[in-house]
Design a protein around this ligand. Structure first.
Ligand code: ASP
Length: 408
């Protein structure tokens, strides 16, 4: 049985087991035992992915960029990558805003309804200006500190510089180039081994997710959750596949078959960064994208390109505006678009990162940052689908870049 199928089966059993554990007839000690073991296996899997993440991101980008030289396509690769990132994110925001207007989420509810929930909650203050400042500060760092602290953005930037230097002046550092090349191959070997654990890790993560979801707020916010999930899936199942077909000529079915392990891992881990190793494996092994392209696009996309997060934040901002009873003007909606774009670029690919940057989006148009307290309890569940679409956006971009830069 292929790993791809085993991951799918693992995910299926994870959900079934999680639902079963929610039944009140299940013995408490048994439930606790299963959840404890699931917690252990899940942490082990995530721990392994995180272990390989930084060496993989560094070597893959450095080698990816350095090897572009051979293709004489360096400029086209980054130009198409940036264009794809910008276009898909803009489309995601438009889809999110459109759906929020269409379904008028939050209409009929009012902020007063959540008063008790918001009581005593203080949102971390984060204005757009401060956010931009922290983001810029995080770009350039001592590379050793960045590697040790796992500051992905700084690692990505340093690796880009190293890759560019190797691409331009490669003949001066053949040993280093070879070293990084081998380092990257070694990392992928380790990823291959870690992936053997993926079916169990994903099963464990899903058991915990499904069994532990608290249902109190879920019912009140059911409409919002349903509309956000539906719209995110619409972007992931209609908009992105359409773009993929138009610009890369890949059929949605072939894409789904190859991308399945990465999408399921993104769903289960809620982290595009932790999913990077799986995303790269799927693209290279099952979707025939060259390591140079994936090495460049995937780590960059996991940090910068977040369709699902952008779509969610746009919808959530309009939802809160409805709760407050504020009619946002066209200008205010434009401000939301711009801050959401910034927020999705700045959010790191970790669970609930979007919640932190959401504060800035709310503040940009004077909405109460405390309203975040309403969104937090339901975030774990919404984070699954939006991370999946975040990763899908990176995969679609990789395939388009591959198609547009290789002779056909
Ligand atoms: N969890 C998301 C990701 O890793 C980020 C977010 O919270 O929106 O892609």
């Amino acid at each position: 049985m292929s790993l791809n199928t085993r991951i799918f089966i693992g995910a299926f059993f994870g959900v079934v087991l999680g639902i079963w554990l929610r039944q009140s007839s299940v013995d408490d000690s048994l439930r606790e035992g299963v959840l404890y073991s699931a917690g252990l296996v899940g942490s082990l899997f995530i721990g392994l992915l995180k272990m390989i993440l930084i060496p993989l991101v560094f070597t893959s980008i450095a080698v990816g960029v350095a090897n572009l030289r051979a293709h004489q396509q360096m400029h086209r690769v980054w130009q198409i990558t940036v264009l794809c990132f910008a276009c898909t994110t803009t489309l995601a925001i438009a889809v999110g805003l459109g759906a929020a207007h269409l379904f008028q989420t939050g209409q009929g509810l009012s902020l007063a309804l959540f008063q008790e929930h918001m009581h005593g909650f203080e949102a971390a203050q984060l204005t757009s200006a401060e956010f931009l400042q922290t983001l810029v500060k995080g770009i350039f760092m001592n590379p050793f500190a960045a590697l040790a602290q796992g500051s992905i953005l700084a690692v990505v930037v340093f690796a880009l510089f190293v890759g560019i230097a190797l691409a331009i002046k490669g003949e001066a550092y053949p040993q280093l180039h070879k070293l990084f090349d081998e380092g990257f191959a070694l990392c992928m070997q380790l990823v291959g081994w870690i992936m053997l654990l993926a079916p169990y890790g994903i099963m464990a993560l899903l058991v915990k997710l499904v069994a532990a979801e608290n249902s109190a707020l879920l019912t009140t916010l059911a409409q919002f959750i349903a509309v956000v999930t539906g719209t995110t899936l619409f972007h992931g199942m209609v908009v992105l596949p359409l773009i993929l077909w138009l610009f890369a000529r890949v059929s949605p079915l072939a894409f789904w078959r190859g991308a399945r392990p990465a999408l399921i891992t993104a769903f289960a881990t809620s982290s595009s960064s932790a999913t990077i190793p799986v995303t790269m494996t799927c693209l290279e092994k099952d979707l025939n994208v060259s390591p140079q392209v994936t090495g460049f696009v995937v780590p960059l996309g996991a940090q910068l390109n977040m369709d699902g997060t952008a779509l969610y934040e746009a919808m959530a901002a309009l939802f809160i505006a409805n709760l407050v009873g504020l009619d946002l003007s066209l200008g205010q909606q434009l401000i939301i678009c711009i801050t959401v774009m910034l927020a999705s670029i700045g959010a790191p690919g970790i669970p609930s990162a979007g919640m932190v940057t959401m504060v800035m989006v709310l503040q940009s148009v004077g909405l109460p940052a405390e309203a975040i307290a309403i969104l937090l309890p339901i975030d774990r569940i919404l984070d699954t689908v939006r991370t999946m679409v975040n990763v899908e956006g990176d995969m679609v971009t990789s395939l388009i870049v591959q198609r547009q830069t290789s002779p056909h």
